[in-house]
Design a protein around this ligand. Structure first.
Ligand SMILES: NC(=O)c1ccc[n+]([C@@H]2O[C@H](COP(=O)([O-])OP(=O)(O)OC[C@H]3O[C@@H](n4cnc5c(N)ncnc54)[C@H](O)[C@@H]3O)[C@@H](O)[C@H]2O)c1
Length: 673
């Protein structure tokens, strides 16, 4: 068996190095590819390392089964799908090899010499180096097209971030393949140009340096600086604690020294880090539950410096051109789990951010102030942070919503960027249509951002808010070019409403929980056309229970009732692009949504609304039944108005508060149920 998708076949995966991270990289592959029959081989030269790696992996899978993340048999199979061996010969049929051995150039050269002899001539060669550029790691390889860096983050089986770093000779087709492959197996990959440390480690290690420097300057103790850095940037643990946990002092010491000449002279290994590495001891951080005290003055002194360094480093990295604001923002959010810098600068104010960076540069020689930051501050505008991306595939634009932490939930930023992108698509004579999709494999769009719903203050405000986002969907619907929604995962609430505004919908096959209009659970009604477009697309009888009981349906059911055109096995985007072409050429016709009033059957099915609010259900019924007697345009306006009326009920407050506190699984205790 094998994993064949996106134009390549992978029969076996090899991971070289069974130290801290190698087994975790292997485990992630095994978890995601065992069902395709792709075994994972972990090779090390030390039997002790292999034994330790195998033991750690087995215990992780035992725990995963205990916690119900995997069924017991599944967990066993995933572990048994991995082989820990000292025999490089086992890589003879590996189509993808990733090296995670010592961070030493000579070791990496030697390993790939060996792989060149052992592995197939077409195998992908990747290094999980933390810093080193692919041009140097693979300098001895003649066929550099298949070589690149793929940088994982701790803990590699759970942390979704990977940096994909092609060298100047890496085949761009391979890079594109790996971006799709990693997204498919549940990672959030970013493509980074080759530079020492890539995009993320100069920030991770640089923040450690900035924190250490506040201690060296006598502004705070290690415990205080650690706690203040963690609070300032919303990190789970401070930089000192993080280094203790990952045993990261030596690697950061080395990285910071190299960045001095390779990035900017501010980077260096500070004396107390050198001393600590020499002693081999961990930092003296706060014990579990220990409260660290500091005065407001200490907090401000440390926090301002941390922010100055953070903003300055982020702008330098983007200005260097190796990455962009959208990718760096997502990477720091999901990979390092800290408040991402550009959004933070927008909240602090870009002018104020520049002041903090200038103050930092004044005090720290060799710290660069990026020109882009000066320009942005002079403009007096916030940074634009992309969350919707357009990539043209010939004459079809691929539009992707990417907010992995919230499963691509819709907020004002998403709507605004969609509007801008679709206006450009409409005007672009080279583009015949578009595919609209979401990032990852779990969700197309999980719904509307709950914070955005909660921030509506009056019925009028809520009505205007609906009309505005409806406007974007109306624009998509009436673009004059085919838009096919590639539903890569579930589509709840606003997600389904957005899909229904597209010309056609196709979905990844076999989704048990796929589409729902869960609004009544939150004490609201759909506000982006759900009450109007669903009955028009699938008929009133089928839409009636879906809208009122808020229960999800599967992708197979969605196909059966005509909500989607196709369930797809394999490459969803490729199939979606074909749909756009076929609709564009007239080869396939998809019925247009009815814009006139639609008939209401004399008898509608009985619906058990269970624990849901009767008051909200009453409003919902009004929107659906009165809207059916109107044109689609009028019906949408009515829906927005009734959405606003939900604000007058106590149940909306109860529903939203319950959702924010307990998530979607706990029923709200509505007054009117
Ligand atoms: N640990 C992390 O969190 C992390 C994160 C990102 C990247 N990295 C990078 O991943 C790589 C591995 O890091 P680590 O922390 O697991 O290192 P480690 O020192 O814990 O493990 C390295 C392993 O490689 C083995 N090895 C050495 N030479 C070998 C050879 N010729 N053939 C096969 N195995 C060999 C060693 O025996 C050892 O078990 C490094 O390049 C590091 O910079 C590590």
């Amino acid at each position: 068996m094998a994993f064949t998708m996106f134009g390549r076949t992978i029969r076996k995966i090899g991971v070289i190095g069974s130290g801290n991270i190698g087994p975790d990289i292997g485990l992630h592959f095994s978890q995601n590819l065992y069902s395709f029959g792709v075994p994972v081989v972990v090779v090390d030269i030390l039997q002790a390392a292999l034994d330790a790696g195998s033991k750690k992996t087995e215990s992780k899978m035992v725990k995963a089964a205990e916690r119900g993340i995997f069924k017991k048999e599944e967990a066993d199979t995933i572990f048994k799908n991995m082989l820990f061996t000292a025999d490089y010969g086992k890589l003879a049929d590996a189509d993808f090899v990733i090296e995670a051995a010592f961070e030493r150039m000579d070791v990496k050269h030697k390993i790939f010499d060996q792989c060149q002899v052992t592995c197939p001539k077409t195998a992908i060669f990747a290094s999980n180096s933390s810093h080193m550029v692919p041009e140097e790691i693979f300098q001895k390889r003649e066929d550099k097209g298949r070589c690149l860096v793929i940088h994982y983050f701790f803990p590699a089986e759970r942390n979704v971030l990977v940096e994909v770093v092609p060298g100047k000779d890496t085949d761009p087709g391979l890079t594109e393949y790996l971006m799709k492959f990693y997204e498919y197996i549940g990672k959030a990959p970013i493509k980074v140009k080759s530079r020492y440390g890539y995009a993320v480690d100069p920030i991770f290690e640089g923040l450690f340096l900035a924190t250490v420097l506040t201690v060296e300057k006598g502004l705070a103790s290690i415990k205080q600086a650690d706690a203040i850095a963690s609070k300032t940037l919303g990190m789970g643990v401070g930089p000192f604690t993080a280094h203790n946990l990952a045993g990261g002092n030596p690697i950061t010491q080395h990285g910071l020294s190299e960045m001095n000449t390779k990035i900017m002279p501010w980077y260096r290994s500070p004396k107390i880090l050198d001393d600590q590495v020499k002693s081999g001891k961990p930092w003296e951080t706060a014990g579990k539950g220990e409260v660290v005290e500091y005065s407001p003055e200490i907090y401000e002194a440390v926090s301002n410096r941390i922010m100055g360094a953070y903003f300055g480093m982020a702008c330098e990295i983007v200005e260097s051109g190796i990455t962009n604001i959208g990718d760096l923002e997502m990477a720091l959010d999901v990979g390092l789990v800290m408040v991402p810098p550009f959004g933070m600068m927008n909240r602090v104010g870009v002018k104020k951010a520049l002041e903090l960076v200038e103050a930092y540069a004044k005090e720290n020689s060799g710290f660069k102030i990026a020109e882009t930051l000066k320009k942005q501050a002079a403009l007096g505008q916030p940074w634009k942070i992309p969350v919707v991306f357009r990539e043209d595939k010939g004459d079809v634009a691929l539009v992707k919503i990417r907010r992995p932490k919230v499963l691509n939930a819709l907020n004002e930023n998403v709507f605004e960027q969609l509007r801008e992108i679709f206006i450009n698509i409409q005007k672009d004579p080279k583009i015949q249509g578009a595919v609209l999709t979401g990032f990852g494999t779990r969700a197309f769009v999980s719904g509307a951002d709950i914070g955005m719903l909660a921030s509506q203050k009056t019925p009028e405000e809520a009505e205007a808010f609906c009309l505005k986002s409806q406007g974007v969907l109306n624009m998509i619907e009436n673009l004059g070019k085919p838009i096919v929604c590639a539903m890569n995962g579930l589509a709840f609430g606003g997600g389904n409403e957005m899909a229904m505004a597209c010309t056609a919908r196709i979905a990844k096959k076999g989704q048990k929980i796929f589409v729902s209009q869960p609004e009544p659970r939150l004490g609201i009604i759909p506000g982006n056309g759900g009450t109007q477009r669903l009955p028009r697309l699938v008929g009133m009888e089928k839409a009636w229970p879906m809208l009122r009981n808020a229960n999800p349906i599967s992708s197979a059911q969605a196909k059966e009732i005509g909500l989607i055109q196709e369930e797809v096995e394999g490459d969803l985007i490729e199939v979606a692009i074909n749909w756009v072409k076929k609709i564009g050429s007239g080869e396939v016709r998809v019925p247009m949504i009815k814009k006139d009033p639609i008939p209401i059957p004399s008898k509608l099915p009985e619906v058990d609304i269970g624990h849901l609010s009767r008051k909200i259900d009453f409003l919902l019924q009004r929107a659906v039944l009165e809207g059916a007697k109107m044109t689609l345009e009028e019906g949408l306006k009515l829906e927005a108005k009734i959405f606003g009326e939900c604000l007058l009920t106590q149940d909306m407050k109860i529903g939203i508060e319950n959702f924010m506190k307990n998530g979607p699984r706990v029923n709200a205790n509505f007054v009117h149920n």
